[in-house]
Design a binder for this molecule. Sequence first.
Ligand code: ZN
Length: 162
Amino acid sequence: MILKIRTEGDPVLRMKAEPVKDIDDDMRKLAADMLETMYDAPGVGLAAPQVGEAVRLVVIDVGDGPEILFNPEIVSCSGEVVDIEGCLSIPGMQGTVKRAAQVVVTAYDRFGRRLRLMGSDLMAKALQHEIDHLDGVLYIDRAYDIEPVEEDQEDHDEQEES
Ligand code: ZN
């Protein structure tokens, strides 16, 4: 089921999301719906607050298959990269953001198994962007500059939003 993506100004985007205590069928359904919503948008990542649920769940697919992460935490990061970012909750805009180049994240998968994940490049960017959403932080809080996405860029779908 495709869910409605909340946009900037919706208070849920500024809430600190609650940890998921039970990874049950309702949570797995939410994760599946979030993936469907993300692919439909299209985007490379989506956090539960973006669909109105203030819980610590993110989904990501940067082209290597879907990742469903419950209670994700960044346990280490290294390097630095400055790149352009967009967000499905702030349509039509993009900004330049400094992020860690590599991150290590721990989380639980949809069966409640603990996992550890290393991300670099777009995956590192998506992980940081989505985990920020769980703390009510939007990329515009970190961006050096924010500007409208140019028409031709939008047509070519070059921008990865999350
Ligand atoms: Zn976002």
